[in-house]
Design a protein around this ligand. Structure first.
Ligand SMILES: [Zn+2]
Length: 316
């Protein structure tokens, strides 16, 4: 990075899972979970981002934990952590995670302050263009999911039968008996609609024409080498197909959800990055540095460094 001009920096963080409860442990009791500490951990990350003069933050979903609803009005929980982000003026691009939908219906989440700058008809997928040579595509991988839907709704019934056909376990959060990528057919995952896939195709095609680099972000990984199968988006093959068809503009795909970090480059040269979850790996986040021809992601804590060549030279 030495001797190269940095055009812009941005912060990256995944799975803060804030709840106003005592810190606890994961299901296997192998790792501590930092629920209440998320506020302090975010403040620490923000101090670092501020020192680095970031212009933007990418929040990769599961900002609040499902436990919020058990202890208080979820809106209060969400406000407490978003208030911390709002202490700085930089835009924060929020991503829908499963834990948000344990607390809010889809409709109320899409209208919440996380997506307040989007049109009222939004479905929480959108683009952001920090400068001429860069576009960020934010996906909503829970657009189709059992979460955030009323049990008696038509949408819920369709998803329920989809899961019933693919997961024989009584508890649909349990992937037992499913192999490899089929482990993704659990209730805590979701899918992108046909409309959203068409929107992504359109955005990536336009970026190719306009010679823009694209960073795609979503809560779930879409490339099996970077995660356990149980964290993949249900229709990850459709997403990969779109990325593959329009790959000449796509620099990287960045996600969270797994809590474990992961990294691989696919056959089209797209870098797939899974960020570690702050809920289990405190002080693990990153600073992205956009140079003229490279994106250098500098990890903190459990997050590693990644260097991704840009598709087009930046001229922000
Ligand atoms: Zn998640």
């Amino acid at each position: 990075m030495a001797n190269k001009k940095t055009f812009m920096k941005f912060g990256l963080v995944a799975d803060l899972q804030y709840a106003d409860i005592e810190d606890g442990y994961n299901w296997n009791r192998t790792r501590k979970r930092y629920y209440r500490s998320a506020l302090c951990l975010l403040k620490k990350a923000m101090k670092d981002w501020k020192q680095n003069d970031v212009k933007l933050v990418l929040q990769l979903g599961d900002l609040i934990d499902g436990f919020c609803k058990r202890t208080e009005e979820p809106k209060n929980c969400l406000n407490r952590i978003v208030d911390i982000f709002d202490e700085e003026k930089w835009p924060v691009l929020h991503v829908v995670g499963n834990h948000e939908l344990y607390n809010f219906s889809k409709d109320s989440l899409y209208k919440s302050r996380l997506f307040k700058s989007l049109p009222p008809t939004n479905k929480a997928y959108y683009t952001w263009q920090p400068c001429d040579g860069l576009k960020i595509c934010v996906l909503n991988i829970y657009e189709i999911s059992a979460l955030g839907e009323r049990d008696d709704s038509a949408r819920y019934k369709i998803v329920k039968s989809f899961l019933d056909e693919r997961n024989p376990n009584e508890n649909k959060n349990d992937p037992s008996g499913l192999e490899s990528v089929d482990r993704r057919f659990v209730r805590f995952n979701g899918a992108m609609s046909k409309q959203q896939l068409e929107w992504l195709t359109k955005e990536l095609t336009l970026a190719e024409v306009q010679k823009q680099n694209v960073i795609v972000i979503g809560h779930n990984p879409v490339y099996s080498p970077v995660t356990d199968g149980q964290c993949l988006c249900w229709n990850y093959t459709d997403v990969l197909e779109v990325l593959s068809e329009c790959h000449s503009s796509v620099v990287c795909y960045i996600s969270g959800h797994s809590h474990e970090s992961g990294y691989a480059v696919d056959l089209n040269g797209i870098h797939h990055i899974t960020m570690p979850g702050v809920i289990e790996y405190p002080d693990s986040y990153a600073v992205g540095n956009l140079l003229e021809d490279t994106l250098v992601i500098q990890g903190r804590g459990e997050m590693f460094d990644v260097v991704c060549p840009l598709r087009f030279k930046l001229n922000c």
